[in-house]
Every structure is written in structure tokens, then in C-alpha cells.
Write a protein that binds this ligand. Structure first.
Ligand code: PLP
Length: 284
């Protein structure tokens, strides 16, 4: 039997009934998080929970539970579902009221839901690398918020998928921002380039781990916007997210990146990243 998170309770999945007037359903008025689980252990749970509260604050949504309560609920959800490797997804919306753009009264409770998914790590992608395509970034100007509104991301990812690509690398005009559901980096002449963490990108939790890994392996990080032309001259490109981890990109729109195989720095970053994962049972 599968269990879900329903506000501050863990309940049988089938017992949840979300109202058609939930503001998440009607407006995408809410935020979410995804935490990777390795052998039953959440990775960087506190960072994800902190970002969840930060996103909520940015849209003036009050989460009626403490961070500790949420952490415990997620733990319980993983245990109840006997999840080994996969992820836990959770979201909160501004509650259920008669449809109106204006925020509901403070007495209307937010709606918190969550569930888990089993899924193996994408070893083949990590090993061989993937293809990507450049797509215009049509999303809103607050990409730092992990909003439930994902139409811009979905349209881009669908375009990538239809072109046989793993990811859409987004650009606003000439400037590369991030991917539809990942951050993007270029490596050239012993330096790692990535967009600064401002309103144009989501500051990935994996990104923050990768920047620490880069420091550990003496790979200087330049957080500056790069152009599409800059990107194509990089000798290595990687994309990162909870599920992509450190995934090499070996081809962008038919342009071979470097030698067309994952490069040396990418391999070093992957090793440094792997060393941080809570892979042993009960490591958390
Ligand atoms: N950027 C976008 C637009 C995303 O949707 C995601 C993850 O879903 C990321 C970056 C990577 O964030 P994280 O490393 O926290 O998964």
C-alpha cells in the first residue's frame, strides 16, 4: 500500500481528495520541493526544506508547520512507503476557496501534500552523457521561486524531448540561464562557468553541492552569465538537479562538446559528488 502526506498526517494514498477549488489546481498558487533518497536516506534535506520556506515567504504563503515537523513528516513518509532509492515530492498551496485572484482570508489553511517515487539513478546518462538543445527561456522573472507554475519549463522540455534531447538549455536572448529542470555549467581552460544565483535561475541544491565539489577539486568557479556562443565553445558541459546529479552534455543541437565524450573535470566532479552521498543504510 502507498502512503501520502496530507497536511500533517501520513494517510493512505487513495484517501486524499483535493478540491477542484484548490488554488494550486486553479492558479498554480503554491510551491514545491523534490528531495532525493538514497538507500532510505534523504540527501540535503535541510537545504531543500529551507528553500521550501524561502519560496513560501517570497509568495507570502504561510506554512503552518515548523521545519522540524515537516522534516519528521517526510521521514515518516519515506519509512511508511519503505522507499529505498527514489525521491520524495511535496507541495503546498494557498488553500481552497471560491475562485478569486486575491489571496484568501488568513483563516483559510494551506494545503500540504506529498508522495514518494521509487527510481534508480541514471547511471547510463552519468557515464555516457546526453544531448541537449537550446530553447528560448519564456518563463517569468522569478525563477528563484520553486513555483508550481511550470508551463514555461514544460513547453521547453517537450520541445527537447521531441528533438530526441534530454534537456532544453534555456537562453534569454543571447544569455544562457539554466535548463527546463536543471542548472547548466560550462567548463573551459580549468574554470567552471555558471549563471549567478539571481531571479533568472533556481539556485539548485545540487548546484550548491557542485560548487563545493568544484572548490574541493581546485576548479575555480565563475558565476557570470555566458552567451550561447560561449556555451558552444566550452570543452565540457554539465547539467545538474536532484535526479540528474552531475550529467555530462556531449552534444548541443548537433554541435559536439569537447571531444564528444564526458571530460576529465566532469569525471572529477562526479567523483567528488558521489563521495558526499548518504549511500549506506541508515546514513542520515
Ligand atoms: N532549475 C530548475 C528550473 C529546476 O526545475 C531544477 C530542479 O527541478 C533545478 C534548477 C535544479 O534544482 P535542484 O538541484 O535543487 O534539484
Amino acid at each position: 500500500m502507498a502512503y501520502s502526506l496530507w497536511n500533517d498526517q501520513i494517510v493512505e494514498e487513495g484517501s486524499i481528495a483535493v478540491s477542484p477549488e484548490d488554488r494550486g489546481y486553479q492558479f498554480g498558487d503554491g510551491i514545491y520541493e523534490v528531495i532525493k533518497v538514497y538507500n532510505g536516506n534523504m540527501f540535503t534535506a535541510q537545504e531543500h526544506i529551507d528553500r521550501f520556506y524561502a519560496s513560501a515567504e517570497k509568495i507570502r504563503l504561510v506554512i503552518p508547520y515548523t521545519k522540524d515537523v515537516l522534516h519528521k513528516l517526510l521521514h515518516e513518509l519515506i519509512e511508511k512507503n519503505n522507499l529505498e532509492t527514489g525521491h520524495v515530492y511535496f507541495q503546498i498551496t494557498r488553500g481552497t476557496t471560491s475562485r478569486n485572484h486575491i489571496f484568501p482570508d488568513a483563516s483559510v489553511p494551506a494545503v500540504l501534500t506529498g508522495n514518494v517515487k521509487t527510481g534508480e539513478r541514471s547511471y547510463e546518462n552519468f557515464e555516457k552523457g546526453v544531448k541537449a538543445t537550446l530553447v528560448e527561456d519564456i518563463r517569468w522573472l522569478r525563477c528563484d521561486i520553486k513555483s508550481l507554475n511550470l508551463l514555461g519549463a514544460i513547453m521547453a522540455k517537450q520541445e527537447a524531448s521531441e528533438k530526441g534531447c534530454y534537456e532544453a538549455i534555456l537562453h534569454r536572448g543571447d544569455i544562457v540561464t539554466e535548463c527546463s529542470s536543471a542548472n547548466v555549467y560550462g567548463i573551459k581552460d580549468g574554470k567552471l562557468y555558471t549563471h549567478p544565483a539571481n531571479n533568472f535561475i533556481l539556485n539548485g541544491i545540487t548546484r550548491q553541492v557542485i560548487l563545493k565539489c568544484a572548490e574541493e577539486i581546485n576548479l575555480p568557479v565563475i558565476e557570470e552569465p555566458m552567451t550561447k556562443a560561449d556555451l558552444l565553445t566550452m570543452s565540457e558541459i554539465i547539467v545538474s538537479s536532484v535526479s540528474s546529479e552531475v550529467t555530462p552534455v556531449i552534444d548541443v543541437d548537433g554541435n559536439k562538446i569537447g571531444a564528444g565524450v564526458p571530460g576529465e573535470w566532469t569525471r572529477k566532479l562526479q567523483q567528488a559528488f558521489e563521495a558526499k552521498l548518504p549511500l549506506s543504510i541508515n546514513a542520515e
